[in-house]
Design a protein around this ligand. Sequence first.
Ligand SMILES: Cc1cc2nc3c(=O)[nH]c(=O)nc-3n(C[C@H](O)[C@H](O)[C@H](O)COP(=O)(O)OP(=O)(O)OC[C@H]3O[C@@H](n4cnc5c(N)ncnc54)[C@H](O)[C@@H]3O)c2cc1C
Ligand code: SF4
Length: 518
Amino acid sequence: MAKPVLVPVLGDQLTRTLASLRGRAKDDTVTLMMEVWDEATYVLHHKQKIALVFSAMRHFAAELEDAGWQVDYVKLDDPDNSGSFTGEVARAIERHDPREIRVVEAGEFRVAQAMAEWPDKFACPVEILPDDRFIASISEFRDWAEDRKTLRMEHFYREMRRKTDLLMDGDEPEGGKWNYDHDNREPPKKGLFAPSRPLFEPDDITCEVIELVQDRFGDHFGNLDSFHWPVTRDEAEKAADAFFAERLPDFGQYQDAMMCGEDDLFHSMLSTSINLGLLDPLNLCQRAQEEYRKGNAPLNSVEGFIRQIIGWREYVRGFYWHFMPGLEETNELDATRDLPEFYWTGETGMRCLADCVRSTRDNAHAHHIQRLMVLGNFALIAGIDPRQVQDWFLVVYADAYDWVELPNVAAMALYADGGKLASKPYAASGNYINKMSDYCGECRYSVSKKTSEDACPFNALYWHFMDRNRVRLEANHRIGRIFATWDRMGEERQGEYLESAEKFLSSLQPASKGWARN
Ligand SMILES: Cc1cc2nc3c(=O)[nH]c(=O)nc-3n(C[C@H](O)[C@H](O)[C@H](O)COP(=O)(O)OP(=O)(O)OC[C@H]3O[C@@H](n4cnc5c(N)ncnc54)[C@H](O)[C@@H]3O)c2cc1C
Ligand code: SF4
């Protein structure tokens, strides 16, 4: 055969219609898939995350082969595996002597940098294609962002609605409003029941991968025996079908609700499949819209779901590339405290945090409000070093890739970018958690107490955060008024809050071992 085209397919590019494969002749193409040590260990990922990516890759390779593609698959324990993408592409060039390399741009800055060196490194031409599985290209976001003073998601989202024609009535938004978030803040009612998501039993391929992960990454964070993620497109479609049929109608109203031991509630649990490329985000939004048009789901749920995907997901990806490199270094609030040990062990009397860490350890997942308003909020108001928090979030979630984790953590949860993404810090006292969850009732701390030994630590930490960041935040019109409340308390009361927070902060144990990085 004439020299083939070599198409490296990365672990989060498991899409049959990937730009590098689309329209290619199968007998003229070698698809290269690589399990490499560098990617599995640049942070010490949750065991389920490694198992998910490797299993989904192996299933995807089999699917391509069944469809007649020639796949060159390098397993992690291949004795000649060089451990890096660049090393593996170099070895594949020796094996296949390709006339060209075609590859879709990497999702993460770190990998994109390595890939940018390929044209100089390799003797054959290298074409790097845009990842058109996203609705907005990186340059489209840049054009949108360039001359704006503020980069609010809501404005970007409206552009995406117009571009995709989702929930549009001519030039106007369906129902007359762009955003139904106001209807999506229902606290959980007692006895609230959410149908459980389908759990997928590991097949032979997944079992083999689980064994490999146990063997090679056994000391990483997280449980492996509760692995039930979809690992193929068919399974992911089944998970999506169940979500649309059973949970979408209530997705909206309970989007911000939290219940102890209820890990999924009405969330789709589809982020792992979307981020791997098993599900098409636009198609999911079209399906949600169909449910609304058929009268099966209310507008607030469907708009809420669509906004998460064509709004937030697209926006954070554009934001990432707009501010990289540099976003990973930002620390506008000068937060320097070490990440507490309980983020890894779950051993804390704070019931909300203990439950979120438990879900994270067992499922490699926590839902959005748990990530933002419990785990993220605590790190924000306790002043934890953003680099350590970023590492934690990147390690522990099965859906975590730098492009989506970093903006969510650094900019949304920690305000480390100084407000480029969020108009104010998402800082909250115990009151918010109490309103939106059933955590507080059985907590050893009392949410209604402010500064005593048994007072909810979020309460004093909230004021400690406001006080120490006053100079930075006072001019912000969305929270400036809070300082009037603080001032009205008087020095004695303020002193009690600050002392209580200081005492609590000094009791925090920093992580005792390097869970995130070697
Ligand atoms: C501190 C923090 C860290 C996060 N880290 C990640 C991460 O590493 N990877 C990740 O995919 N999401 C991350 N998110 C966003 C969000 O929490 C998850 O996408 C969501 O919890 C996944 O569960 P789900 O599929 O059930 O989502 P649903 O609640 O059902 O939402 C539907 C879909 O919308 C998308 N989505 C929703 N919110 C966001 C968002 N803020 N950014 C990007 N996409 C969004 C996801 O694709 C999700 O599957 C983070 C959020 C916060 C606050
Ligand atoms: S009382 Fe405070 S620490 Fe306890 S669950 Fe409620 S918010 Fe969390």
